[in-house]
Ligand binder design. Structure first.
Ligand code: HEC
Length: 136
């Protein structure tokens, strides 16, 4: 019984560690480098509070406001359908979306090929967290 318990504890520990490893996929980015990566987004997005919509919606508070939630922006059917699944914009969903937007959100009209480099996405997330006023 004792050994069964300790192997259970070992399993719980292993799960905790693999959870941490998963989270580390998008953690540890550099916001200064991320600001440079964001230049690729700037043609279509602003980040500051009450900033204007461009081709895409203003991204202020993006991680807390929900998907397709900017009141003055006309989202695609694809993005509205994604919002209707109950998904949220978190570090994790953004990390996936930004690899290839049309893969996570079929029918999105964000015509952006994606950021293939994991490092670029990490840095960008670090930047977005500060620049869009996200409170952890
Ligand atoms: C060519 C213009 C364009 C570029 C470049 C672009 N986007 Fe977008 N983005 C859009 C459009 C258009 C939408 C709205 C998509 C829809 O309704 O399907 C959007 C939507 C989004 C959303 C969802 C907004 C919401 O309110 O739910 C996020 C997040 C986002 N973009 C982030 C980025 C980031 C980060 C980059 C740079 C890596 C980027 N975009 C580059 C046009 C662009």
């Amino acid at each position: 019984m004792k050994s069964a318990l300790s192997s259970l504890a070992a399993l719980a520990l292993a799960l905790t560690f693999s959870g941490a490893a998963l989270a580390a996929d998008w953690e540890g980015g550099d916001a200064t480098r991320g600001a440079k990566v964001f230049k690729k987004c700037q043609a279509c997005h602003t980040v500051e509070k009450d900033g204007p919509n461009r081709v895409g919606p203003n991204l202020y508070n993006i991680m807390d406001r929900g998907i397709a939630a900017h009141a003055d922006y006309n989202y695609s059917k694809g993005m509205k359908a994604f919002a209707a699944t109950g998904a949220k914009w978190t570090e994790e969903t953004l990390f996936q979306y930004l690899v290839k937007p049309s893969a996570l959100v079929p029918g999105t009209n964000m015509s952006f090929a994606g950021l293939k480099k994991e490092g670029d996405r990490k840095d960008l997330l670090a930047y977005l967290e500060t620049a869009t006023g996200h409170q952890k």
